[in-house]
Design a protein around this ligand. Structure first.
Ligand code: COA
Length: 535
């Protein structure tokens, strides 16, 4: 058996300075995450509770089996994005365990602008449904929403991936055999009314739950009819008269009890077949990741030291160990679940791309889920490498990553730049889940390189006219680009826009990857046709 030998000295000055820097960013992440988890402001939370309603995270805690992990998706959604503060984009989403079964939970937070849908709320809801579809997870909707955020209607209503897509997805998830279950625990107005109406089964809470296409004021304006919210679309109307809802609940707790019971009675579905082993903890402490990882992107990091703190028994069976060494490839288990791991160890050369492609073929053939640990500045450039055909070798890797139908999971540890992001399964390449460390950075190239490219282009234009830039003019081009790339490449900026599924504490990597693997194994694996790999 192959075990990783760690060469880390916890007493070295490098270890200590890395530890301090990484601890600071993880503390910052924890502090910001805790603030987001509170939801709306104190006044809204109090008002919500005086109506007899549970706060959204208390609803989720009650819904999930005690002591099980909740793999939250999009916690930083809409972070510092709008003029309003919209914690978690106004909707909590994630994979929770109900009666031992992993489910996608999508729950509106009514303390955030009445649970209405901003553009990023829609994007987050659609992403959660996509995760549910790809991994065959039943969807549990805890509905408490005023529907579209009306001031931004042009960004939430008309286009394909806007509000309507939620209902399109519900119908198609149901058709694909993925159960759709809704509990109406507050307002469910206009477009939002279709969430329970399009579900396979729905629950409504007495007094607080309402479902209607138009609320009382709109009805009055449209038809002159005077009607209370309760008479228009309350729990009795919908469970006794209209049949829009199937189960009457006395309160939030009762609704959650019923939802758990619905899940209890769901049928068993086909899932991925893999050989599970007994879980073993890593031989090295995951806490040490803080000290071994140098957050300076210009410094090389050895991914083996990270893998040693993630995988069972720190056992890693390395493939082509001495070939194309700027990428590591190998097989391991995490919490007893098998996986292949591809990890960057420097810039990608032709040999590394060929090795990665070969390894992807192996994982596809053996039907092993594949984890990408990204820290990549890109593919090697220069005449020697172009003549060696690096473009076609890189293309093979990108091709194999794109067409491999095995579950792929990506974690960005450091840089995620240019075509390196493509080859290592960035967002566009459909990883089932994508996580980032707070030390990661993402952009088409580094800020320094981008600013130099733009400077060179400007200098070329001026040279044609026989002109030159002064040092101050050069700085006026370079500095703003560098600053912009730094800001936009930050993981909070990226996660706010849902370019990933969440920023995680680097010490939690094993737990997050284990929960991710457990999630992806819910769906049976499809056969792959890799297509034509350019030789
Ligand atoms: N778009 C934008 N903002 C909305 C909104 C909407 N659809 N619905 C509610 N809000 C805002 C309110 O302006 C308020 O903002 P503020 O706190 O900054 O003043 C906040 O959400 C809370 O609304 P409030 O009415 O005070 O809360 P509530 O708990 O009493 O009622 C609703 C919540 C959602 C039931 C109620 O606001 C409502 O019926 N909204 C209209 C729903 C609708 O017709 N939507 C159509 C969408 S297609």
């Amino acid at each position: 058996m192959s075990f990783i030998n760690s060469n880390v000295s916890v007493h070295s000055s490098d270890y200590k300075s890395n530890f301090a820097a990484n601890k600071a960013v993880c503390d910052d992440l924890a502090e910001k995450s805790a603030r987001i988890r509170l939801g709306g402001d104190e006044k809204s939370r109090q008002r919500h509770q005086t109506q007899g309603k549970l706060l959204v995270r208390d609803r989720i805690a009650l819904l999930c089996d005690k002591g099980t992990p909740f793999l939250e998706v999009g916690l930083f959604g809409a972070y510092e994005t709008y003029s309003d503060v919209v914690p978690a984009a106004g909707t909590v989403a994630g994979v929770g365990v109900v009666h031992g079964r992993q489910c996608m939970i999508i729950a509106n937070d009514a303390t955030v602008k009445g649970g209405t849908y901003y553009p990023l709320t829609v994007k987050k809801h659609l992403r959660a449904q996509e995760i549910a579809l790809e991994n065959r997870l039943p969807c549990l909707y805890l509905v408490d929403s005023g529907g579209a955020f009306l001031p931004m209607q042009s960004e939430v209503f008309p286009d394909r991936d806007h509000f309507g897509r939620i209902f399109f997805n519900q119908a198609n998830l149901s058709a694909a055999g993925v159960p759709q279950i809704a509990a109406v625990m507050g307002a469910c107005t206009a477009g939002g009314a279709y969430v329970p109406a399009m579900s396979d089964q729905s629950i409504i809470v007495n007094k607080t739950g309402t479902i209607f296409l138009a609320g009382p004021p709109l009805v009055k304006a449209a038809t002159g009819e005077d009607v209370t919210a309760e008479e228009l679309g309350g729990a009795r109307v919908h469970t006794e008269l209209s049949g829009v809802a199937d189960y009457f609940a006395e309160n939030d707790q009762d609704a959650i009890r019923i939802m758990r019971e619905i899940v209890f009675h769901l049928g068993e579905k086909d899932h991925a077949r893999v050989s599970l082993r007994s879980p073993e903890p890593p031989a090295f402490d995951p806490e040490e990741i803080l000290g071994i990882w140098n957050p300076d992107l210009k410094r090389q990091n050895n991914p083996l030291e990270v893998i040693a703190r993630i995988v069972d028994s720190s056992r890693f069976f390395e493939f082509k160990k001495n070939y194309g060494t700027s990428v590591l490839a190998g097989f391991a288990h995490i919490e007893g679940m098998p996986c292949g791991i591809l990890a960057n160890n420097g810039v990608l050369f032709s040999e590394s791309a060929l090795k990665a492609t070969h390894f992807i073929e192996l994982c596809v053939t053996e039907q092993v889920p594949l984890i990408f640990l990204q820290n990549i500045s890109g593919f090697m450039v220069g005449a020697q490498y172009e003549r060696g055909g690096i473009a076609k070798d890189g293309a093979k890797m990108v091709h194999a990553v794109s067409t491999a139908k095995i579950p792929k999971i990506t974690m960005m540890l450091g840089g995620s730049f240019g075509a390196g992001n493509y080859g290592m399964c960035g967002r566009a390449f459909g990883p089932r889940l994508l996580w980032t460390w707070p030390t990661s950075r993402i952009s088409v190239m580094g800020g320094e390189q981008a600013s130099q490219v733009l400077l060179a282009v400007k200098q070329g234009q001026l040279a044609r006219e026989g002109k030159k830039l002064t040092a101050a003019e050069q700085d006026a081009i370079v500095s703003p680009i560098r600053e912009k790339y730094e800001r936009e490449g930050h993981p909070y900026y990226a996660s706010a826009r849902l370019w990933d599924d969440g920023v995680i504490d680097m010490r939690h990597s094993r737990a997050v990857l284990a929960a991710s693997l457990a999630t992806v194994l819910n769906a049976p694996m499809e056969k792959t046709n890799l297509g034509v790999l350019r030789m």
